[in-house]
Design a binder for this molecule. Structure first.
Ligand code: SAH
Ligand code: SF4
Ligand code: F3S
Length: 444
């Protein structure tokens, strides 16, 4: 009954948590008989899954919502729903209620499982339905998910965050930290493996503190050992790691579990101890650099990536030079860089000495000028090496070119047949660029 099926589009902003929530919503909608479409004019349901970390993402949501108004005029039966982190803030819900009255359903990060009920309720009466929970309650298990790829998948191991970094809105939008039971995680991964999945990425805002909320305690390292045993799974990735909780046990586990990939995303945010303290990060520059040294000596071919914020309130030129110093000493493979932006409701929003925009932009440029040559040199070390690559897709511009990722998460382009998608192949690297590698297939 494809022709009679209702069609949906989900637009997603933000991190992998949101991406995976959207996969779950797709799974739920498809069990209700919906099918996905890319054409807005055809859609019966449009969902915006929003993010609050990046100011740009927030502004884009308002811009895109404006566009939907015309669509709704042409198709009054269209259901428009907004969810995700932005909706956890009452002030933002009030703006939607006031200025975007054509929105049908608002829900939050803790109750995506209620989507079928919200749609059914909407069909019964026409006013805006708002259902946002302040906290998660019990973890809801068994939600279907329609994943983008069959061969790689995100798996949540925990929800929420307890760290309250002073700039960050996530603890307010995702609630308190809560770990999933290991058995639930393992059975989800076993099922994925049975369906042919080869690579999993374990998701949590701070995976290193996994297990603290369980009745029978378990560390993240112990969980990795259990996942490492699952037949069919060939690669295990995880994000994000908080430096304050990255234990020696975990470093040895990454080194010793052969399926755990040689890549750690280890945000340091700022180099100055004074700024780190104001950020409430709970480590010093020296501790971070020691940790990097230890990781690199235990796992020599490790790829290290990070998040960095420039222009946190009160950041002086000297503080910023500490950030540059950490970048030079740590030699990151790549980094996500952020210009500090005020998130209302967080402690840093009320701090004095907010940094002018032009200084923030100048610092960002200096930071990128420091990071990029390092990324370039790191990639150069791959020249003439043979890499194991999980093939992900064909190039958009040339269907004879494939792309995939190394264990260290480097993107590789090479010529090959699209039948290789989903397989792990060997590629000899014959050219390197700052962000990508190029090579030749040596073994199908
Ligand atoms: N849980 C992860 C990251 C979550 S948010 C962690 O702790 O590493 C992703 C990144 O957004 C953060 O690492 C930080 O670098 C950036 N970020 C968060 N709030 C920000 C803000 N107010 N301004 C600029 N960057 C911010
Ligand atoms: Fe935000 Fe800090 Fe939690 Fe990461 S650890 S989500 S930066 S509060
Ligand atoms: Fe954004 Fe929410 Fe993730 S605020 S970064 S989508 S947890």
């Amino acid at each position: 009954m494809i022709n009679g099926s209702k069609k949906y589009i989900i637009t997603t902003w933000g991190c992998q948590m949101n991406e995976h929530d959207s996969e779950k919503m797709s799974g739920i909608l498809e069990t209700l008989g919906y099918i996905s479409t890319d054409i807005k004019e055809e859609a019966d349901l449009i969902i915006f899954n929003t993010c609050l970390v990046r100011e740009n993402a927030e502004l884009k949501v308002y811009g895109n919502l404006g566009e939907l108004k015309a669509l709704k005029r042409h198709n009054p039966d269209l259901i428009i729903a907004i969810c995700g982190c932005m909706m956890q803030k009452k002030e933002i819900r009030d703006i939607i209620k006031e200025k975007y009255k054509f929105v049908d359903i608002i829900f939050g990060t803790h109750n995506i499982h209620k989507l079928p009920e919200l749609i059914a309720n909407h069909n019964q009466h026409t006013r805006m339905i708002i259902d946002v929970w302040e906290d998660a309650g019990n973890i809801v298990e068994g939600m279907p998910a329609k994943r983008k790829y069959g061969f790689k998948a995100f798996v949540n191991i925990m929800y929420g965050c307890n760290n309250f970094c002073s700039y960050c809105i996530v603890p307010y939008t995702r609630g308190r930290e809560k770990s999933r039971e290991p058995e639930d995680i393992l059975s989800e991964i076993r099922e994925l493996a049975n369906e042919g999945c080869k690579e999993i990425t374990l998701l949590g805002q701070n995976v290193n503190s996994y297990g603290k909320t369980l009745t029978s305690k378990m560390s993240f390292a112990q969980l990795l050992y259990l996942i490492n045993e699952i037949e069919g799974i060939e690669r295990i990735r995880f994000m994000t790691s908080h430096p304050k909780d990255l234990s020696d046990e975990l470093i040895y586990t990454i080194r010793d579990c052969h399926k755990v990939c040689e890549h750690i995303h280890l945000p340091f945010q700022a180099g100055s101890n004074r700024i780190l303290k104001h950020m409430n990060r709970k480590y010093t520059k020296e501790q971070y650099l020691d940790l990097v040294k230890k990781i690199k000596s235990e796992i020599p071919n490790i790829s290290l990536t990070t998040d960095i914020i420039v222009g946190f309130p009160g950041e002086t030129e000297e503080d910023f030079m500490d950030t540059i110093d950490v970048v030079k000493k740590s030699e990151f493979d790549s980094a996500f860089t952020f210009i500090y932006s005020i998130r209302e409701g967080t402690p840093a929003a009320n701090m004095e000495n907010q940094i002018p925009e032009d200084i923030k932009h100048r610092r960002l440029k200096t930071l990128l000028d420091t990071l990029n040559p390092i990324s370039h040199d790191k990639n150069l070390q791959y020249l003439n090496t043979i890499q194991e690559v999980l093939v992900e897709e064909t190039s958009k511009t040339d269907s004879t070119v494939l792309s995939g990722r190394t264990r260290t998460s480097k993107l590789v382009h090479f010529k090959g047949d699209k039948d290789l998608i989903g397989k792990i192949v060997k590629v000899k690297i014959d050219n390197t660029k700052t962000w990508t590698l190029e090579g030749m297939l040596i073994d199908g």
